[in-house]
Design a protein around this ligand. Structure first.
Ligand SMILES: [Zn+2]
Length: 184
């Protein structure tokens, strides 16, 4: 495929003709919350307490995103890549793990088109942090902030999320398999 046609990867005709492969992925992460942990989401420390109980820094949003990206590539989940049985992963920075996932995707000739996520947490409200979170993810993924959707929602005081015992993040992503590597 020529350089010129590579630039037109947004062309629906090329997608339909099978010249460009798109890969969709979904990720979901769920954590218990604890007063003894800082709440870190998309690399932003949102609160000094009420964070996720986890072996790593507990960045639930980045974990869901990483699983969506790995899923789109049909690769094993992040828990397999960075097992909690490995002491080197204790307290590990999740944005750093995301960087390794992106590297793995690049090796597989995959690049991110866009990402969309829903963060479900009862408190605190995340509105003031969403811009910074979006920028952090865009930087980590090597894309524009306009390709990163982040929405926050509460559980209306119902269930474990509504009682502030846990949080959940759902994430979908769309990747492009670079044409010269597209073997159908
Ligand atoms: Zn997690």
């Amino acid at each position: 495929m020529s350089r010129l046609r590579l630039k037109s990867t947004g062309n629906l005709g090329a997608v339909l003709m099978g010249e460009i492969s798109l890969r969709v992925g979904i990720g979901r992460d769920f954590h218990r919350l604890s007063d003894g942990r800082a709440l870190v989401l998309c690399g932003v420390t949102v609160a000094e307490s009420g964070g996720c109980v986890a072996h790593s820094d507990g960045d639930c949003a980045v974990h869901a995103l990483a699983d969506a990206l790995l899923g789109a590539a049909a690769l094993p989940a992040i828990g397999r890549m960075f097992p909690d049985t490995d002491e080197t992963n204790r307290g590990r920075n999740s944005i750093g793990m995301l960087g390794e996932v992106i590297e793995l995707l690049a090796q597989n000739h995959l690049s991110v088109i866009n990402v969309d996520m829903v963060i479900q947490i009862e408190r605190p409200r995340l509105d003031a942090f969403l811009g910074k979170m979006q920028n952090n993810l865009a930087k980590a993924l090597g894309t524009k902030a306009g390709n990163i959707g982040i929405k926050a929602t509460s559980a209306e005081n119902t269930g474990p999320i509504g009682r502030g015992e846990a949080m959940e993040v759902l994430c979908v992503c769309l990747l492009r398999l670079l044409p010269e590597e597209n073997n159908g």
